[in-house]
Each structure stands twice: as C-alpha cells, then as structure tokens.
Design a protein around this ligand. Sequence first.
Ligand SMILES: [Zn+2]
Length: 568
Amino acid sequence: MNIDSVTSNSIGRRRLAAFSAVIVFSLLPAVAAQPVRLVLPAKHGPLMDRAAAIFTRRVNQRCGAQAAGANPFTIELRVDPTVGAEGFTISGGARGTVHVTGGDERGVLYGLGKLFRTSRCDSGKFSPGSWRGTSRPVASLRGVYLASHFGNFYEAAPIEELETYVEDLALWGVNAVGFAFPAGQYTSYEDPAARSNLKRILAMMQTSRRAGMQVGAFVAPNQTFKTAPKELYAQRYPDDWGRRGYLGINLCPSLPAGRKYLLEAWSGLLEEYRSVGLDFAVYWPYDEGGCGCPRCWPWGSRGYVQICRDFTRLARSKNPHFKSVVSTWMFDTPPAGEWDGLTKVLAEDKNWADYIMADAHEDFPRYPLDRGVPGGLPLVNFPEISMWGMSPWGGYGASPLPAHLQHLWNQVAGRISGGFPYSEGIYEDLNKAICSQFYWDPRRTALDTVREYAASEFSPDVAEDVVRTVGILEANHRRRRGRFEAPPHQTVEAYELLRKADQRLTPQARRAWRWRILYLRALIDDELRRMEGKPRGPVLKDAFAELVRIYHAEHVHTNRVAPPEIVP
Ligand SMILES: [Zn+2]
C-alpha cells in the first residue's frame, strides 16, 4: 500500500488497515524516488504505525527530494517479546533488507531511532549504516520535563512544531514526559489564559502518548490559583541558605479548608486531563510549594507527605495504575530532618509513593547515595540541562554541556532508574540526547552521544569536527547578562571548524534548526569576543534575530528565554 504525497501528520490520522500479509509504508509520490520502504506485520498496533511515520518523516527530511534511483531501501519491522521490554535488535545486510525487531512496539520505535542515527543519505540514497545488534534500556523511566512558561519555545511555538519535537525525542528512547500547569498565573480553570495553556499541554500530551510515552504532571501539591482565600495561605519556611525559593500561591494543607481547596483543585486538574489520563505525577516540595507552619514543618516529612498521600489516593481512584514520583528538591537545605523524616514515614507506609526524585543545583544530594533511598524505592534524577551557568537561557544559540553532564552522571550511574531533565527550550536538544542515552545505557559516554548526534543530524563527515567544537563551546559556556565569566578561548577555531563543516553539509542539513543554533553559537561567541563581550554590531544583531525566529521568542514575557538586547 503506497501513500502518495501526504505529510507525516496526515499519516498519523490515517490508520492503515491490516488487510494483507504485510503493509508497506512509504512516502513521496510513486514517480519520485523513495529513500525507504517500511514493511509492517499484518497485525500491529497504532504505535507501530506512528513509529513508521516518525522514521519516514525524518528520513525524508534528511535525504531530501533528490532522485535516488528506482529502488527504495527495504526495512522490515516486527515484534518479538524475547528481545526484552522496550529493547530492539537490528539485523540484516547492508545490501539486502534490514530487520528492526522490537521487544514490543516501543522497542520498534527506539530501534528505528537507532537505525536512523547510524544511517546516512548520499545524493538521496539511504544507506543503513553498520550498527547491528541488540540493545535494551537499563533505566525504565526515561523522561523529560518540558516547562512551558515565560513565552519560551514550549509556550510559544506552533503546536505542530511541538508535536514534531516530542516525536523526535521518542526516537532517542524517551518514554515519559511531564508538564506543569502554572495555576498561580490564573484565576481558575475557566480563565481564558488557563484554557489556552491547557489546550497546548493537552495537545503535547496526546502526541506524546501516541509516540509511546507516559504522560504526567509536575505539581507542587499545595500550590494553587491566585484567587485562593488569603486566610488559607501557607506560612513562610526557613530558607537561611537562600536555596529553597518561595514562588507561587501556596496554601497550608494542615488547615482543613486549605486541604479541601487543594484537593478540589487537583480533582479539577485530573478532570482537565481526563481525555489523556495521567500516568504519573511528580510532586514538588520547594521553590514552588511549601509551608512552614508548626503543623506542616518540617515540610518534607510532614505537611508535604500528607498532601502527596491525599493526591495519590485521589488520582488512583481515577487510574489505578497512576504512579507518584516524590521529589526531594532542596530537602535539608539547611538541615531540618526532612530526609530522615521521609525515610521514617515511608518505612511505615510506602503505598502512596512509587519513586523518589533527587537532585540539586550542583552535585547530587548525598543522603540517598550514602544512607539509602527512603522506602527502598527506585531513585530518579532531575538534571538541570537548561539554565546552568548561562543567562539568558539559550540566548547565544546551542548550549551543549557534555563534560558537565558526564561529571554529574558519574555520581549516580548505576544507581538510578531514570529521570527527567529540566528543559526550557530546544537550544539544549543535544543535552536531552545525552541524558536519554545515560538512562538507556549508563556506561555510554556523553561524548559518544555527541558523536552519534552530529553524524545523524549533520553528517558523519563532520562528526569529529563537531565533537571538537562542542568541547570549545562548553569551555566558554559560563556567562551572565551577555558577559563571559572568563576570557573566551579558541573562538576563532570553533567558528572556523563549523564554517568549513557548513560547506560539507547537504542543503537540508545546513538549513535545519539543529545545525543553525550550533553554528550561530560558534559565530556569536567569536563575535562577542571581538566586541569585548558587548552585544553590539550588525553581525550579532542578525544572529540574535535568527535565534528569535527559531525559538518563536518574539513575545517572551521575560528576558530569560530570548537572546540579549543589542546595545548601541
Ligand atoms: Zn501549614
């Protein structure tokens, strides 16, 4: 069955009927060259259709519409549970059919992702690369958290772009995605601004679910609407070290009316998400949330525990498979007995908690590593891949951090069951890929993923030059408000490497946003050095304007998520 001249989106809507022994899935009109032809088993589920559509879209992007001879490359998809959950095997010859066998349909999708990244396209002809073998994920919860606020990419981009982006992440093996609804910005669920945000979140949730992901909510359980009665407000908590923050509208759950208000709001959010259904929530203690009243404090082992337990009970009454992830963000900073207290509470009853999340602004918290994870639960992390050491975030183009992420990963490798990198935008796409591969295989290095990413998104011919450039960019990473924290080095070399690489790319790779943000970062760093750190002149003006277009940052609410202003 050939599908002529349709977009990947319309394929998603068009369920392929299983009426023959095999179903052949290919794109582009029959008269034009087709880079690949996918053969699906007669009986398969919607995720395999989706996997085929996502893979085909990416291959066609990479290969372009050039003539490639009459014979498309054939790839056969199938499921064999003996491969293992979410795992895949790629087998077959370079000249003959390649087989992608998933342990389940998610495994087929992740196998197609691996095949895509290790293949290449020359003059429109697809070559499947030489990677063969079986691979299974080590961590089970391989998530991302997409923060949509401030007018950042997730809040501002057209929904189709967001959907495409989420699908691209699925190819890296990402199987969970979390979103937050910023209730404190709104009067109620009926607030028009709230409706607009919920509509976008729901669209992204639906796309994520179609791409085999679990969907969830990041929620500070005592945080709510700005119209909440002031007499129910939480009390400030100790923050002697200035790490816990105090954001949003927080209520005290130890007040019966406060608890009632919060549970009704949670019930309302579950209702808003009813069409998708929440697979999980990640509960958040601080900088959003918290109460320091005598009945709630220490928050992390008393008030927080009570309200999280209530939330889990309510969510499970709607979905018995609902999972709760209990974040310990900024526990015991300064010490308040929160880790010990949570350990004690969970030793008595851990029915309401499924995972413990831990992480910090810098090094990983010692408690779960040295003393054990409360309740003996699986541990997940929350790597900060977006804001570290640079502001505005993404304001200078791509911000790859392989060495930094490797340093953090080495503290937890082999001890965690997954995590949720915190994302403010697409400028750290490479960091998401690095984390996804840490979760998949804890022994895989960040640099190895950079190499695979560069070969796949740009060209195998420039991969080593990109690896070298990324090292230079990371060494010059740290800056505040347009100023390098230390004099930048080797910016001429980095820019020169990418200028030469640019000439070796196909037109479609050269135009793609992933290349442009990396290229612009090298250009901007070198130009900023020439301008002695001041964002001025026509070169920077044009470069920043292009970043604004890529991020859809024309209407940002703050200067945190857009390039710096040009100065006279
Ligand atoms: Zn309280």
